[in-house]
Design a protein around this ligand. Structure first.
Ligand code: PBG
Length: 319
């Protein structure tokens, strides 16, 4: 199946990508689900978002669906570190078992939550600086295949390794998942705005940083090339991250690829508005809504935001 049809064939993606004004169907709500956790825990700065066990997550999703949220980005957080064959597949089957096609479940696909080193890749055995690309791509591909097998509606690779979209597409296709779209974190900058997330996903690197594979904010050409390469490798949707610091690239990337391009309003962006609100220095809801309108004005076709579940209260309709 060609990638254009893969997106059209799914009613939730049709709404996500429909041209027009802001609607709840264009917002994607991240969720952090921790294997074997009972109950839930606050995440510093991420107001209205928590780390949850599966049961709590099911209750949260139920309430989100009532509030018009249709798209979720799942971050499966394994109970123990280690590269297991399919970390989080049981979480996906529990969620899809409960909500079936009422929701569209994207699954963030990366190694940083399961890797003992907290990096998005595997390293060659004798080194903590040389990435083992082949092993990384094979592992990402098998995670994606396991996620699709467990019922994921879309795969969202966030690791920034060269060649991962092609590797994941090949494994999905070989295992009968031709209809599962790939939303690639295609231009992902090395950024100081990911702090609250790393605590939530338990993915802070043990050593070094991610500049070896994430893009330097000074480099526009690299930023354009990274998204173009994902398009060439078969990504169905592209995404820029962080959101606000990438808006200048939305239209150029769309012009070069003709693929839908969205933004991820990352944890530090959301938390900074929430903290200003908490200090009484701004109206958090008004600020959030303002940023979403700016994303749309700049050409974002969809928005991943920790505030999707507040969209209904902010007066945004489903379509
Ligand atoms: C991990 C991943 C990160 C985010 C999404 N997937 C963190 C990182 O790259 O360090 C960040 C999201 C956020 O800050 O909200 N591959």
């Amino acid at each position: 199946m060609k990638h254009l049809m893969r997106s059209r064939a799914n009613p939730h993606i049709r709404e996500l990508l429909a041209e027009g004004g802001l609607s709840l169907a264009k917002l994607i709500q991240p969720i952090f689900v921790v294997e074997a956790m009972s109950g839930e825990e606050d995440i510093v700065g991420l107001v209205d978002n928590r780390r949850m066990g599966v049961q709590a997550a099911l209750r949260q999703i139920e309430s989100d669906v009532k509030n018009g949220v249709r798209h979720f980005m799942l971050f499966p957080v394994p109970a123990q570190k280690g590269i297991a064959p399919d970390p989080g597949a049981d979480i996906i089957s529990a969620i899809k078992g409960a909500f079936a096609s009422d929701i569209h479940l994207w699954v963030d696909t990366c190694l940083c939550s399961s890797s003992p080193l907290g990096h998005c890749c595997l390293f060659q055995e004798d080194s903590q600086s040389k990435i083992d690309l082949e092993a990384t791509l094979n592992t990402l591909g098998s995670y994606a295949r396991a996620y699709a097998g467990a019922g994921a509606d879309g795969i969202a690779p966030s690791d920034m390794m060269d060649g991962r979209v092609a590797a994941i597409r090949a494994q999905l296709d070989q295992h009968g998942h031709q209809d599962i779209p790939i939303m690639s974190y295609s231009t992902k900058f090395s950024s100081a705005f990911y702090g609250p997330f790393r605590a939530a996903a338990d993915s802070t690197p043990n050593f070094g940083d991610r500049r070896q594979y994430q893009i330097d904010v000074r480099n526009r050409t690299d930023a354009l090339n990274a998204s173009m390469r994902c398009a060439d490798e078969g990504a169905d949707l592209l995404m820029l991250k962080p959101g606000m610091t990438s808006i200048d690239l939305l239209k150029p990337i769309f012009k070069k690829t003709s693929l839908p391009v969205g933004v991820y309003q990352v944890s530090g962006e959301y938390a900074s508005l929430a903290l200003l609100g908490r200090e009484g220095l701004t109206d958090f809801n008004a600020a959030l809504l303002e940023t979403w309108h700016v994303f749309q004005r700049a050409g974002a076709q969809y928005i991943i935001t920790y505030g999707a579940r507040k969209g209904h209260d902010l007066g945004i309709a489903l379509t």
